[in-house]
Design a protein around this ligand. Structure first.
Ligand code: F3S
Length: 369
């Protein structure tokens, strides 16, 4: 099954271990061949997630990545970790992890929105971990990736290959159920993930939806379910390529979850430039009275310096490189308000906090009242 180049990757001491991981996966999934990738995105960066064992494993990896490779958020803002309440020990370990990734040639992007930095082209094969970015790349960009783990994404980055199965193959990308959806898209995604966890939905929305709303849908659908791709009628690049499924379900995006939040956390996935501007507009000059933490990437923050300073001047905190789920610091709050179906799913599980849910406007209103 291996061609000459791939055999060489297996013989080379620097790439052998990673090639073995790729071949083991190919065997499990009955992949007939490997395919070259154009980029990789690695998750499992927070020291809180991977611990000392993960760090040891990373240190054992030889070689360098051979395709552009981006990195998911870490457990802290690399500049404002002290202000966030991160301990010295955690800081040191987190920096060690980042140093290993640097040595491997990985770009220290520290974001779950790598598509704002390098946007994959239609039809390109990728090896991306981070389920929200996987759904975004497959559904909204028409690129092709399975839901990789941090380990398999790194192995692909070093070898430049991924097994050819699942969503790399066009016919496996066909929709399996029509979902007529109304209401908040984050909530729609959360419900679809719970009720139809193994489908490829074909959405029909009852209103105009923005790219940022589709990004929130991408994250929530992958968090409460195993979904890696959806289509949306007249919106996504492959919506018209397949026969429309016969089964139709209706979903209303409405989630009633309330507790009295001490923290309002926005930016799961990391905020786009447009979302930062929208938050500023919604605050409309009022002072932020509760803790309002906004998460974004260093890339977007750099592009939005003026908006970020205005948000900070009004009392919000704009953190980079991390998020409310992968950083341990949210554990000190009892109730956190979010507008993200993914945070709604993971904050109670990972950080043991209660969650209140509302759309972006409701979150901002709570923060200023
Ligand atoms: Fe991103 Fe953290 Fe949410 S990695 S998708 S902001 S849980």
């Amino acid at each position: 099954m291996l061609n000459k180049e791939e055999k060489a990757l297996l013989e080379n001491e620097e790439t052998r271990e990673c090639m073995k991981i790729i071949l083991a996966l190919a065997k499990v999934f009955n992949a007939e061949k490997l395919v070259k990738i154009t980029s990789a995105h690695i998750s499992g960066v927070s020291y809180d997630n991977i611990g000392d064992e993960g760090l040891e494993w990373l240190r054992s990896i030889k070689g360098k990545v051979v395709v552009p490779t981006t990195l998911n958020p870490a457990g802290m803002d690399l500049e404002r970790w002290n202000e966030m309440g991160i301990s010295e020990e955690f800081y040191r370990k987190q920096i060690e992890i980042i140093e290993v990734f640097k040595r491997l040639g990985v770009e220290i992007t520290l974001t779950c929105t790598p598509y704002y930095i390098h946007t994959p082209k239609f039809g390109e094969h990728l090896a991306w971990a981070e389920s929200s970015a996987v759904v975004y790349a497959n559904s909204l960009l028409g690129a092709r990736t399975n839901r990789e783990s941090g380990i398999s994404a790194l192995a692909s980055a070093i070898t430049g290959r991924t097994p050819y199965y699942g969503l790399h193959i066009k016919e496996n990308r066909a929709p399996t159920v029509v979902v007529k959806a109304k209401g908040d898209l984050s909530a729609v995604g959360y419900k679809v993930g719970l009720e139809l966890p193994n489908e490829i939905p074909y959405f029909i929305f009852d209103k105009k939806v923005s790219l940022d709303e589709l990004k929130l849908l991408s994250a929530s659908i992958a968090a409460s379910g195993n979904i890696a791709m959806f289509h949306a009628e007249e919106l996504t690049p492959e919506w018209g390529d397949f026969e429309k499924p016969k089964e139709v379900v209706e979903i209303e995006g409405k989630i009633e979850k309330g507790c009295e939040p001490q923290l309002i956390a926005i930016g799961c996935p990391h905020c786009s430039k447009e979302e930062l501007e929208e938050i500023l507009r919604l605050i409309s000059g009022r002072k932020v009275k509760k803790e309002l933490w906004i998460f974004t990437s260093r890339h977007v923050a750099d592009e939005s310096k003026e908006v970020v300073s205005k948000l900070e001047a009004l009392g919000a905190k704009v953190f980079k490189d991390t998020c409310m789920v992968v950083s341990p610091v949210t554990e000190k709050f009892e109730c956190v308000m979010v507008n993200s179906g993914k945070a709604l799913e993971y904050l109670p599980k990972k950080r043991g906090v209660e969650v209140s849910f509302g759309d972006l406007k409701a979150c901002v209103e709570t923060a200023v009242s």
